[in-house]
Design a protein around this ligand. Structure first.
Ligand SMILES: Cc1cc2nc3c(=O)[nH]c(=O)nc-3n(C[C@H](O)[C@H](O)[C@H](O)COP(=O)(O)OP(=O)(O)OC[C@H]3O[C@@H](n4cnc5c(N)ncnc54)[C@H](O)[C@@H]3O)c2cc1C
Length: 566
């Protein structure tokens, strides 16, 4: 078959693109998705389960190990394998990040990509469901002006938040720690404490994933087709012009047959930050040194493919409760560098600035110079400026119910300088990426996580939140006392820090000389008609979580693609 557009991956971003492109009835669109349609699966619909589908068939699980300094621990990276992709299995928390983080994309060379532009697409895509007055009383506040009200994606607060007994005490504690309540964390300035909305239908109590939001309303269109299969590679037009021209994809059908599907106009890769680089590499687009080792001829020399994979660094602690907390705990506290480092902030700003060059050099060396030290340093400088001059939020502290009556406090740093990579593991294996996690590889990343951990511990030891807390059950105050030294923290974090599953950057939207893979029209450098749209193109980490940014980016990318029709 041949279509105008063929999309590899019907996940969070892929279905946004499919929906928006097929709005025009004379444009034909096919989506090749490896997973099943799970919209009717009660486990997917449920808004309570977050971790329940971790080992299920709708989950990809990719192995990796930490470096020896972190105990060579096994890490698992996860993503959804279903129509809807990771939005079908994730925690649904919807947080966009800080304004300045988006403005940095434009500074990095992406014309037109800034907070104002992406914000307008956030609003276009969203149908925000205002909380009830009972929900507002327990922190579900909002500013209607920062939300959309007629887009496809439902976003709101779970009904059961209104039974919560946690809010008043947590709010008072955070207020006393200088991080008082804010009205809405999605207006570009999320610093403070507030209930976080989730992509769900509050009345029905059902998950809103991209299949429900973007595929269901478009399903009946005759110009849109979903094909079950796993894309192996791009097929190329013969000839060796300046720009490579895709003719479609080759995919493996459920029966194992290798099938070709044609694309008259373009192919779009939306297979996630883990898998989009693999499809490019399998098609000969990437770092010639890596491709040569894999036995793949280079079609497009693009060394940034699979590099600068950025995640958040996450740690969990658990608490026993002396007073039962009813209802759902869905509150985020987001601090800035000043909030966590206090009076040390300016000296840290100066000392870390001096280290950027050596960090960039070391990172470049881990990938055999795939991205030059000077390009990484340029990117690091912008990141440093965001942290220390633009005062963005640099961490999130997010409590949830443990399920057995306890409280799980997860905290993570949002802007680590430790970047990893993800590449094809062997020529024909499109299923298992080779992931280098590279967690906590700079001293500052460890300092940030330590400072955020101390803030987290302090909050649960500060009245009135203490009224609810019986004890720190893990790691426990014996192992990690409230006055733990830097060494004790380092030992704890090196043994327990994990990948937060918020991976971006592996096909970064940046100029090629900065290690970029796609340009600001989300087109792969050196190709005429290959685009990538998913978390992989987000060039620099954001505060919060990654799903909302993926929706915003996909909405804007769809318009960029449509603009090429004029
Ligand atoms: C357990 C978990 C919890 C999370 N919780 C949150 C949260 O609460 N809030 C938040 O903001 N973010 C959260 N995230 C992260 C967020 O969900 C993801 O960053 C985002 O959904 C990624 O979207 P994507 O479009 O890049 O990829 P995906 O949504 O993963 O889409 C990729 C799609 O491509 C398909 N695919 C892959 N390879 C191929 C191939 N070769 N051929 C055909 N199809 C293919 C996949 O099956 C999938 O459907 C969480 C992630 C995980 C794993």
């Amino acid at each position: 078959d041949t279509f105008d557009y063929v999309i590899a991956g019907g996940g969070t971003a892929g279905l946004v693109i499919a929906n928006r492109l097929s709005e025009r009835s004379d444009i034909t669109v096919a989506v090749i998705e490896a997973g099943d349609d799970v919209r009717q699966d009660p486990g997917v619909q449920s808004i309570d389960f977050l971790f329940a589908n971790f080992n299920a068939s709708i989950n990809y699980q990719y192995p990796s190990v930490t470096g020896p300094e972190l105990g060579s621990r096994n890490l698992t990276y996860r993503a959804g394998k279903a129509l809807g992709g990771t939005s079908a299995i994730n925690g649904m928390v919807y947080i966009r990040g800080d304004k300045a983080q988006y403005d940095a994309w434009e500074k990095l060379g992406n014309k037109g990509w800034n907070w104002n532009s992406v914000f307008s697409y956030y609003k276009l895509g969203e149908r925000f469901i205002a909380p009830s007055s009972a929900q507002i009383e327990v922190g579900a506040t909002y500013d209607a002006s920062v939300h959309g009200d007629s887009g496809p994606l439902d976003n709101g607060f779970p009904f059961i938040i209104s039974n919560g007994s946690f809010y008043d005490k947590a709010r008072a504690t955070w207020e006393s720690l200088g991080l008082g309540p804010i009205t809405d964390l999605n207006g570009g300035d999320p610093r403070g404490f507030v209930a976080a909305p989730q992509t769900l239908d509050p009345e029905a109590g059902v998950r809103e994933d991209s299949a429900r939001a973007y595929y269901t309303p478009a399903e009946a269109r005759t110009n849109l087709k979903v094909i079950k299969g796993t894309v192996k590679r791009i097929t190329w037009a013969s000839g060796s012009g300046k720009q490579a021209v895709a003719t479609g994809f080759e995919y493996v059908s459920p029966s194992g047959a290798i099938i070709k599907v044609g694309a008259r106009k373009e192919v779009v890769i939306s297979a996630s930050a883990y898998r989009s680089p693999l499809i490019l590499e399998a098609s000969g687009v990437g770092n010639p040194k890596i491709l040569k080792k894999l036995g793949i001829p280079t079609k497009v020399n693009l060394p940034g493919v699979g590099e600068s994979m950025q995640d958040h660094n996450i740690v969990a602690m658990t608490y026993n409760l002396s007073n039962n907390i009813t209802g759902r705990i869905g509150y985020a506290t987001m601090p800035t560098a000043q909030d966590v480092f206090g009076s040390k902030t300016s000296s840290l700003a100066a000392s870390t600035f001096k280290k950027l060059r050596s960090w960039a050099k070391a990172l470049s060396a881990t990938s055999d110079g795939a991205i030059s030290p000077s390009a990484i340093e340029r990117r690091f400088r912008i990141q440093h400026d965001l942290i220390f001059n633009k005062n963005i939020t640099i961490a999130e502290l997010f409590p949830t119910n443990t399920g057995d009556g306890g409280l799980l406090e997860q905290f993570w740093t949002s802007m680590p300088f430790s970047w990893g990579s993800v590449h094809l593991s062997s020529r024909d294996n499109i299923e298992v990426p080779s992931i280098t996690a590279n967690l906590l590889s700079t001293d500052f990343d460890l300092d940030m996580l330590t400072a955020v951990g101390r803030l987290s511990q302090k909050a649960y030891a500060t009245a009135p939140l203490t009224d609810l807390i019986a004890d720190n059950s893990s790691p426990g105050y014996t192992k990690l006392p409230l006055d733990a030294s830097d060494e004790q923290w380092a030992t704890f974090l090196k043994a327990n820090a994990l990948n937060a599953l918020h991976v971006v950057g592996s096909c970064a939207m940046l100029p090629k000389e900065l290690g970029g893979v796609v340009d600001s029209d989300v087109k792969v450098h050196g190709t005429r008609n290959v685009r990538v749209v998913d978390a992989s193109i987000i060039p620099m980490q954001l505060s919060g979580h990654t799903m909302a940014p993926v929706y915003g980016v996909a909405e804007m990318a769809a318009d960029r693609i449509k603009a090429s029709w004029k």
